[in-house]
Design a binder for this molecule. Structure first.
Ligand SMILES: Cc1ncc(COP(=O)(O)O)c(C=O)c1O
Length: 379
């Protein structure tokens, strides 16, 4: 079936990216010391209401760097949701610590603070709050738990550029927030990452470790700390500066299309969208996710979308069912019935679908309404 649904391409670029990239090409500095890096760090950190930003070459090393700076390692545990991308877990394993997988909430699809409380052990050192699909998790409750228990809160905000909880942008609720600018993200340079923070000490240590252990103000060949090279390139920063100019408007377009799609499908009771609590005052809408009451209908729905050329997806298993955690890497797994059910009954539409024209959104709604059609009840 081809309905000729017109969807925008992703990533998108125009003369602005080309102009900034040309400036880098014509400069004598293509690496991590071009002024665009600092400019991007400052503007992205300010966009997320944080005083410090450390630009890095992707959102996996940004998580690994955060744990190294925290000094988390062998014998320590970090609590993370069972539904996320693998880097949320491997960042913990790669510093030698143990990921503790907990269930997500059946409505918000995000890490469940109650499950976090239950998972805390004497070895727990940190909690990783993932804002799944761009919808912030209950971050203030997690911050409170971490405060009470003396734990570090790290936000994996890879999906959530621009997302807000009670008018505060994500990334600044814990000690640090990590973002990804990989090819499919709402702000992208093909690859890229950043850590944002309010903590001057964390910022200084992270910057030094990402820059071969150098210390600000000292000579280029003096290395005070055991560091590495995680620096972002000037080409990445150039593209990201241009992309940032479009992000606020794109967020608005996606939000309007989400409202339209949901209103067109209001009477389809079998679709349960990711809950949007009142505290979610802005959502990046990286992913629009729903559960389908009958898991069999989820597969039919996904097949119909795919046949019509509409990208869609979901993780094929919970994080701990990856061969890595089944066969070799140490982990602790709490019961995750919601996450396990979601693997079979959930799907997402990626953000480029949500940038489409109204006609495309109406066509997509029609596919979703009719697919598992007859079986879907209406009032
Ligand atoms: C939740 C999450 N965390 C971390 C990452 C890792 O980011 P990167 O691909 O930039 O390394 C990603 C995705 O790509 C992600 O989705």
């Amino acid at each position: 079936m081809s309905l000729g649904i017109r969807l925008p391409q992703w990533p998108q670029a125009d003369e602005r990216e080309a102009e900034l990239l040309r400036n880098v090409l014509e400069s004598q500095q293509w690496g991590g010391f071009h002024p665009y890096i600092k400019e991007f760090e400052e503007s992205f950190a300010a966009f997320h209401q944080c005083p410090y930003g450390i630009a890095l070459f992707n959102g996996t090393v940004s998580l690994e760097l955060a744990f190294s700076v925290f000094g988390i390692g062998v014998g320590d545990e970090v609590i993370i949701p069972a539904i996320s991308f693998i880097s949320s877990a491997t960042a913990v394993s790669r510093v030698g610590a143990t990921p503790v997988f907990v269930d997500v909430d059946a409505d918000s699809f995000n890490i469940d603070p109650e499950q976090v409380r239950q998972a805390i052990s004497p070895k727990t050192k940190a909690v990783m709050a993932v804002h799944f699909g761009g919808t912030p998790c209950r971050i203030e409750e997690l911050a409170q738990i971490c405060k009470e228990k003396g734990l570090i809160l790290l936000e994996d905000a890879a999906h959530a550029q621009g997302s807000e909880w009670n008018r505060r942008r994500v990334g600044g609720f814990g000690v640090a927030g990590s973002f990804s600018f990989q090819n499919g993200k709402v702000l992208t340079a093909g690859e890229g990452g950043i850590l944002v923070t309010h903590d001057a000490g964390f910022a200084e240590r992270a910057r030094s470790m990402a820059n071969c252990g150098r210390v600000a103000g000292r000579s280029f060949y003096e290395h005070a700390n055991l560091g590495t090279n995680f620096r972002m390139t000037a080409f990445q920063a150039a593209v990201l500066l241009a992309q940032m100019e479009r992000l606020p408007e794109q967020i608005e377009v996606r939000a309007a299309n989400v409202r339209l799609l949901k209103s067109l499908l209001e009477d389809v009771r079998e679709l349960k969208w990711q809950a949007q609590p009142e505290a979610v005052t802005q959502n990046s809408w990286y992913l629009l996710t729903a559960r389908v009451q009958d898991a069999g209908h989820r597969d039919a729905l996904r097949e119909a979308l795919t046949a019509a050329g509409v990208p869609n997806g979901f993780y094929p298993h919970t994080l701990y069912r990856n061969p890595l955690y089944q066969n070799s890497a140490t982990c602790r797994i709490l019961p995750c019935p919601v996450a396990e059910a979601m693997i079979h009954d959930s799907f997402w539409l990626p953000h480029r679908v949500l940038l489409a024209e109204e006609e495309a959104i109406r066509q997509i709604a029609e596919i979703m309404r009719t697919t598992a059609g007859a079986a879907w009840s209406r009032p």
